[in-house]
Design a protein around this ligand. Structure first.
Ligand code: ADP
Ligand code: ASP
Ligand code: MG
Length: 406
């Protein structure tokens, strides 16, 4: 007997028919003698619609009420899933975040899970009941509903699997595993049997949203065995594992892209000690995350140019902050560009192989693609290119690193 947490994403529970189909997956594990916890997302598109309603309500934004609204898609699906399971003759009950309880901090809209009470769930599982849990929600210290950030049902599933010491956390979605790159963009993308936590964490944070970034982080820290698999086909999925479980290591395992990037260039910035702190300090105070940074050498010793990236959503406020401080800091001109995409190659094998970045630069040069900014870390190389070149770049790199399927 194993204990399994199954999570069904939005497309897998997008209508009644699909909820019934997902219930069959739970039934199969249950009838094989396993203990099963089912985590459900809202129906595909519902969360976006709820966010839209909040936006339309007016300019007064209250994150606590935002959470009440946007968490509701998961609530109805949890009840529907429990009914679908009961219809199959299985004892099943839904448990909202506050009923379990899934405790979080008070950061509404992107709350962090701080603890999960498992006693009641344990009892129900022992009684042969399937527990159905809505993803994406928890309860704050002030007893208010919180949500865990977009894509947060993955986090609910992994956190529950960790707290319940489950043998597996199966993430059912609309692709049959984790691929070398998004299979909806590159038809030659190859399915991976295994990927390391480190690589998946990088890929997720660099734009591969097949798993929510924080869910991978939690899985890694608690060694939760995560498998990504299809809701629609009974094929084996991709298992996320520790590095020592990978037998044959690829230098590059995957390629990610993020369109959620915008580039800011500051021209003729006074070249003196403390200027970088003067620029990035106010941005940090405004809670704007800065990612890639390059500073050009100063030609005249007096001024220099500085380029960096921020999230697209933060572009306007970043420019506003800079404009406010422009004269004080001594910035000649501020240029903003949101038509860019960040392409990253990721692989733990990079630690022991040289030449990965060089191959990337050469491949992009041969494809006639200009690189605007570069950044690297131990297991990834990222470049920023014009948005119109994004897909060409991914395809060329996918071939160059030998990742194409036959
Ligand atoms: P769900 O609603 O089930 O959570 P998501 O849309 O969040 O599903 O995640 C699945 C999607 O992730 C796929 O449809 C695919 O387009 C995208 N994706 C991006 N990168 C990858 C990748 N490397 N491997 C597989 N899928 C990927
Ligand atoms: N429904 C939420 C969202 O769309 C959470 C999830 O599906 O993971 O972000
Ligand atoms: Mg998702």
């Amino acid at each position: 007997m194993a204990r399994i947490v199954q999570k069904f994403g939005g497309t897998s529970v997008a209508d009644i028919e699909r909820i019934k189909n997902a219930a069959l997956r739970a039934q199969a594990e249950y009838e094989a003698g396993n203990e099963v916890v089912v985590v459900v997302s809202a129906m595909a598109g519902v969360t976006n619609q709820l966010v839209e309603y909040v936006d339309q309500m007016g300019s007064l934004f209250d994150a606590r009420e935002y959470d009440v609204v946007v968490s509701s898609g998961e609530q109805s699906n949890a009840g529907l899933m429990a009914l679908a399971l009961q219809d199959l003759g299985i004892q099943a009950r839904s448990w909202l975040g506050w009923q379990i309880a899934i405790h979080t901090d008070e950061i509404h809209g992107k709350a962090r899970i701080t603890g999960i009470d498992t006693a009641e769930l344990e009892k129900r599982l022992a009684d042969g009941e399937i527990a159905v849990v809505p993803g994406f929600q928890g309860i704050s210290p002030a007893n208010r509903v919180t949500t865990l950030g977009r894509g947060g049902s993955d986090l609910t599933a992994v956190a529950l699997a960790g707290a319940l010491k489950a043998d597996r956390c199966d993430i059912y979605t609309d692709v049959d595993g984790i691929y070398t790159t998004d299979p909806r963009i590159v038809s030659k993308a190859k399915k991976l049997d295994r990927i390391t936590y480190e690589e998946m964490l990088e890929m997720a944070s660099l734009g591969s949203k097949v798993l929510q970034t924080r869910s991978v982080e939690l899985a890694m820290n608690h060694q939760v065995r995560v498998q990504v698999r299809s809701s629609f086909e009974a094929t084996p999925g991709t298992i996320v594992v520790s590095e020592d479980e990978i037998v044959e290591q690829q230098v590059v395992s995957g390629i990610s892209q993020s369109k959620d990037e915008a580039k800011i260039t500051l021209l003729k910035v006074a070249d003196r000690p403390g200027v970088a702190a003067a620029i990035f300090g106010p941005l940090a105070e405004a809670a704007i995350n800065v990612d890639m940074i390059v500073q050009n050498i100063s030609e005249d010793g007096k001024t220099t140019d500085l380029t960096f990236t921020v999230g697209t959503a933060d572009l306007d406020s970043a420019v506003a902050v800079l404009e406010k401080n422009q004269t004080d800091i001594g910035i000649g001109e501020i240029l903003a560009d949101s038509d860019v995409v960040k392409i990253s190659v990721v692989g733990v094998g990079m630690r022991s192989h040289a030449g990965v970045a060089q191959k990337m630069f050469l491949t992009l040069a041969e494809a006639g693609i200009n690189i605007k900014v570069i950044s690297t870390s131990e297991i990834k190389v990222s470049v920023l290119v014009g948005e119109e070149y994004g897909e060409t770049a991914i395809r060329a790199l996918h071939t160059a690193y030998g990742l194409d399927s036959d």
